[in-house]
Design a protein around this ligand. Structure first.
Ligand SMILES: Nc1ncnc2c1ncn2[C@@H]1O[C@H](COP(=O)(O)OP(=O)(O)OP(=O)(O)O)[C@@H](O)[C@H]1O
Length: 353
């Protein structure tokens, strides 16, 4: 049996002139927490809504647990739970009534539903407020209840569209921990958020969409490998040709005297955006490159920026070049690749609203 819980193939969706999805295909595997990232208006909610059977695609197909799934498919609906970006809960119902309502909507009832409702209230920390109207809740409590109603019918696939937006750190952490617990219990989760650290921590694989198109879909380590590393090398007493010497080191893709920040911007997957490992040693006495201390050392320090794919083999050569050119190596600064930089590399820095 296939391990694919959700397979979307070549999904297209247009709202008037706006192309929300322009042929998106992806597969979510059983048991994984799958991250979906994209700037505002990228098409995430539209995709999730089609995947959950709430919106009809113009073309393309959705399979849920290997079965064709559309807005008209009733039999598979109970397998999916969706925590919508705009809250689904009813403000005039109490927390308990909301949970009962959504449970019944999916065909649950009786003692099983009542005990599930109690379980969910406890899981999201709302037992004490069970009989209060949801409209009286704080933003964090509403978000927690929104999560509970998404899973009250015990779905097999949980889709969460920005579940922690607009909540305080306590509620955010609570929701985050609940998602981890649900995942540990075997639920497959699709998680979309603008908080990169949430996605980086939770998700096994991550898709990035932009302008209705899938830009990348891979594991976090593989996404991070797309980035080059930029190393800032500060030396005193460097000769005029020092940048060229650095450029000549095997593995150095680019070298130049200190450019203005920010780092050069890559475009799409063709360009690998430089990133940096923050490891600065400003004090020469702690320099890990004692061999790099040449006899020169005169003049004010100059910083060069080099772009490398793999920092390891290059650093020793940088130190050797300092010795050879009689310069003092005074600092090396690098920066860790992050999901945020991968995201910006894939989607650009232009504002989207
Ligand atoms: N019901 C609709 N009618 C018209 N246009 C829509 C509708 N829903 C979405 N759109 C448009 O489709 C595009 C994709 O929107 P969508 O909400 O899917 O993006 P998103 O990635 O979820 O954005 P955000 O991060 O802001 O929630 C946007 O240009 C949006 O304005």
């Amino acid at each position: 049996m296939s391990d694919a819980v959700l397979e979307v193939t070549d999904i297209r969706k247009q709202y008037g002139e706006t192309v929300a999805l322009n042929g998106v295909s992806l597969t979510v595997q059983r048991g994984e927490v799958f991250g979906l990232l994209g700037p505002n208006g990228a098409g995430k909610t539209t995709l999730l809504s089609i995947a959950a059977g709430l919106t009809r695609a113009d073309s393309g197909s959705v399979k849920l647990f290997g079965e064709p799934f559309t807005r008209d498919t009733r039999s598979l609906r109970h397998l999916v739970g969706i925590g919508t970006q705009d809250l689904s809960i009813y403000p005039d119902l109490t927390a308990r009534e909301n949970l009962r309502f959504f449970g019944k909507l999916y065909g649950k009832g009786g003692k099983t539903l009542e005990s599930r409702v109690d379980e969910m209230l406890g899981a999201v920390g709302l037992t004490d407020r069970a009989n209060d109207r949801a409209g009286t809740f704080s933003g964090g409590m509403k978000r927690r209840l929104n999560l509970a109603v998404a899973v009250v019918h015990a779905p097999k696939l949980l889709i969460l569209d920005e579940p922690t937006t607009g909540v305080d750190p306590q509620s955010r952490n609570h929701i985050f921990e609940q998602v981890k617990a649900l995942s540990a219990a075997g639920l497959t989760v699709i998680y979309t958020s603008h908080y990169m650290e949430e996605v980086q921590t939770l998700c096994k694989r991550i898709a990035v969409i932009d302008n209705g198109t899938l830009r990348a879909c891979d594991t976090l380590p593989n996404l991070l490998k797309r980035l080059d590393t930029t190393v800032r090398v500060t030396v005193s007493g460097a000769g005029a040709d020092f940048s060229q010497r650095l450029q000549a080191i095997p593995g150095v893709k680019q070298s130049r005297p200190t450019p203005p920040s920010p780092l050069p911007e890559g475009k799409g997957e063709q360009a690998r955006e430089p990133t940096v490992l923050e490891t600065t040693f400003a004090d020469n006495s702690f320099s890990p490159f004692p061999l790099g201390r040449g006899g020169g050392g005169v003049g004010s320090p100059t910083t060069f920026e080099i772009v490398v794919e793999d920092i390891g083999p290059v650093l020793a050569r940088v130190a050797s070049e300092c010795v050879a050119s009689g310069a003092d190596l005074t600092a090396v600064t690098t920066t860790e690749p992050t999901l945020e930089r991968v995201f910006l590399n894939l989607t650009g820095r232009g504002l989207r609203d």
